[in-house]
Design a protein around this ligand. Structure first.
Ligand code: SF4
Ligand code: SF4
Length: 167
């Protein structure tokens, strides 16, 4: 993929439009990365590092990276950010941008399949673990809601991701 300055500017504009509107407020303090379970699990391009690459125009280095699919949507980064950047929104916006560009690493395919099948990019069947501690086996999320799953699958099929032929 050839990435020139116009493409970089378009990427930032798209990420701002998708919910990352406070990205330019980042002062690179690193508070978000310090609490991010995704970074600890080995997905380096989340939080501060992702924002730094985006603001520096280093799109070519990150466009096909799988880290955005490692976000657990825990909101810890957003809770600790002193600048109100809402890093989780930047990560999700970047993931959407990658999907629009059909820029996927092979290691993100499992996450995409999970998203299509359960509505969660990161998913582990919780039934056994919940049963062990006496909780209801299912959770009130899209994973156990057939209508929600169908709606998600329709959205994905009608998006650029549907063109990948994965589903
Ligand atoms: S929401 Fe995502 S990026 Fe933010 S701390 Fe959690 S895993 Fe990391
Ligand atoms: S906590 Fe906020 S200001 Fe600090 S690096 Fe993360 S996004 Fe930037």
């Amino acid at each position: 993929m050839i990435i020139d300055q116009k493409k970089i500017d378009e990427a930032i504009d798209t990420i701002v439009a998708y919910g990352g509107e406070y990205i330019r407020e980042c002062v690179q303090c690193g508070a978000c990365s310090a609490v991010c379970p995704g970074v600890r699990a080995g997905f380096p391009l989340l939080c501060r590092n992702l924002i730094r690459h985006l603001l520096n125009g280093q799109l070519e280095e990150i466009i096909e990276d799988s880290s955005s699919w490692g976000c657990q949507a825990c909101s810890r980064c957003t809770e600790v950010c002193p600048q109100g950047v809402r890093p989780q929104e930047v990560v999700f916006a970047f993931r959407r941008y990658q999907a629009n560009q059909l820029a996927f690493s092979t290691s993100s395919v499992t996450s995409q399949m999970n998203l299509f099948e359960t509505g969660h990019a990161v998913y582990v069947d919780p039934k056994e673990a919940r049963k062990k501690v006496g909780l209801p086996e299912t959770t009130p999320t899209s994973a156990f809601d057939e209508q929600a799953k169908q709606e998600i699958q329709t959205l994905i099929n009608n998006s650029p991701m549907g063109q990948l032929g994965l589903f």
